[in-house]
Design a protein around this ligand. Sequence first.
Ligand SMILES: *Cc1c(COP(=O)(O)O)cnc(C)c1O
Length: 398
Amino acid sequence: MLHTGRHFLQIPGPTNVPDRVLRAMDEPVMDHRSAEFAALGTEVLQGLRGIFQTAQPVIMYPASGTGAWEAAIVNTLSPGDEVLLFETGHFSTLWRQVAEKFGVKVNYVPGNWRRGASAAELEARLTADRGHAIKAVMAVHNETSTGVTSRIPDLRRAIDSARHPALLLVDTISSLGSIDYRHDEWGVDVTVAGSQKGLMLPPGMSFNAISEKALAATAKARMPRAYWDWQEMLKPNRSGFFPYTPPTNLMYGLREALRMLQEEGLPNVFRRHDRHAEATRAAVRAWGLEIVCEDPREYSSSLTAVFVPEGSDADKLRAVILENFDMSLGAGLSKLAGKVFRIGHLGSFNDLMLAGTLCGVEMGLRLAGVPFKEGGVLAALQSMAPAGQKVESAVTSK
Ligand SMILES: *Cc1c(COP(=O)(O)O)cnc(C)c1O
């Protein structure tokens, strides 16, 4: 089918890249050893600290998020080290596989893919580890396969009350710049992030925010590392340079994206995402469909994963929506394949884009013959604009 107008990219990453960011990248390639580049490098490395809410250095790699997963491991651990990693879904499973390929012994704390990491379980396991064999606790902040957000401050408190020295490594690839996250205040040692979700950039860059404790751990960490070595990166970074060729045009985009987030203000960015997530859940409930996340305290503000009724095929529904309305939705991953579809509502997004997205889902449910109740879109509109109230998130960036 021929499509007119704009494609709706409503997968939970990569997300829509704002025109401002696209235009900022449309520049000739620059000399990455020049003074002009150093100014750009310094500005983006400094600006990133605000987004991670850290005063410590942030490392930037030309790599997808998976590269930054690997970097977190090879800079802090040695082969044979034990770690605790929470099973939250598909992405926690992939991170586990990366760790195991490096000879890390992963204690994979089982989960049902509908809940976040359990602080109580963490405290019990760390308290039992009297010999401090566990070197790191690893968790995915926002599990993109399920739409469940783990409560990281609770994990920090559990580590502290067990008086355990393990490092805390957290994946924020689908939450940074969308859901409140505080690297320093929450005592996280390594935060892993990527460019293509809340940061509104194309894929191709990823990040490690690091604590002083994580940096100190590099001295003892015996994993081989070259490309990912923080120490090699930090030296040239001090003057805005990189040890190898950085993705210069993506960095123009990053500078623009950071400006957009600063103009809106992080608290407003988070409120906007919370509000769109709430409206989406209002739609799902009105449709009579089930949200994957079981605990309202763990609802994700960047995406909502939804079960189709038994006997329906979520992949067929997505195909009908793509074919008829030119909208991409996220697929159910691994054990949720065919059972779940995921609505991304993160990044460069607004009320009418969400309304359009939910209209596409509702029309798709009808066309695909999935049993549902009409009225989800109306419920979302009422959630976003309750009668007699001023729309609170009418924040537009200049
Ligand atoms: C997207 C995502 C990843 C994978 O990142 P890539 O850029 O595809 O390597 C890892 N973890 C989470 C939570 C994600 O959402």
